[in-house]
Design a protein. Structure first.
Length: 228
């Protein structure tokens, strides 16, 4: 909202009160809120009318719906997570992540290209920011043999102003998913699976994070970030 090139932001959520809390925290006249059910493509398309880009911050079960709505409304698309297409089976494997790993055609890739639109998936913290940082550092080095990514965090008090319940990163469902699915690592030029909680270590981050336990992640798309 602080970017001078942004003329308006439509903040949509199934919980309108929560959306308004976020709007009030941002304190910008550019932000408007609407109630929206991400399970309904037509509703998403209606809310996205006239926008340049849709940023999807929902659960991955809704990614396909929102991507299709972006196509129909002529908007570019960005999400921060991709993985299983259902909330009923955390081990569902036919998803964008498995398509990338198995080098199969990625869902809606052809349609986005034909429409002249860009769809960026997995552009959160990890994967996302860490990929950009890794690329930035690699471009400054003569040679890179391995990349090791350590990701740790602690909740900030300010988050309680919007969400007061249990807040493990951005989704309780995704947190539980990460504890229940074997992590995939790109190692030695190929993808390989590791047991859950593999490669445990206590790692010390700069303050205010400090020392926390780490294991190989099963965050959606971490396969593209945790490159060794």
């Amino acid at each position: 909202a602080r970017d001078k090139d942004i003329s308006g932001i439509v903040l949509a959520d199934i919980d309108l009160d929560l959306a308004n809390k976020v709007k009030n925290k941002i304190k910008s006249d550019k932000v408007t809120t609407v109630k929206l059910d991400a399970a309904k493509v037509e509703d998403i398309e209606r809310a996205a009318k006239g926008v340049d880009v849709i940023i999807n911050l929902t659960l991955t079960a809704f990614c396909s719906n929102i991507m299709r709505a972006a196509l129909r409304s002529g908007a570019h698309y960005v999400d921060t997570s991709f993985g299983e297409p259902t909330l009923l089976d955390i081990r569902a494997r036919d998803n964008i992540l498995s398509q990338i790993i198995e080098k199969r055609p990625v869902e809606l890739d052809r349609e986005f290209k034909e429409a002249g639109l860009t769809g960026l998936v997995g552009c959160g913290g990890s994967p996302g920011v860490v990929n950009v940082l890794a690329r930035y550092v690699c471009d400054k080095l003569d040679r890179v043999d391995e990349i090791h990514i350590k990701l740790g965090s602690r909740s900030l008090e300010s988050s309680a102003e919007v969400v007061s319940a249990w807040e493990p990163t951005w989704s309780p469902f995704r947190a539980l998913w990460g504890y229940a699915v074997e992590p995939t690592v790109f190692e030695g030029g190929e993808y390989r699976k590791y047991p859950i909680y593999a490669k445990y270590e206590d790692y010390t981050f700069p303050d205010p994070v400090g020392t926390i336990p780490l294991v190989l992640p099963s965050t959606p798309g971490a396969d593209n970030a945790a490159t060794v």
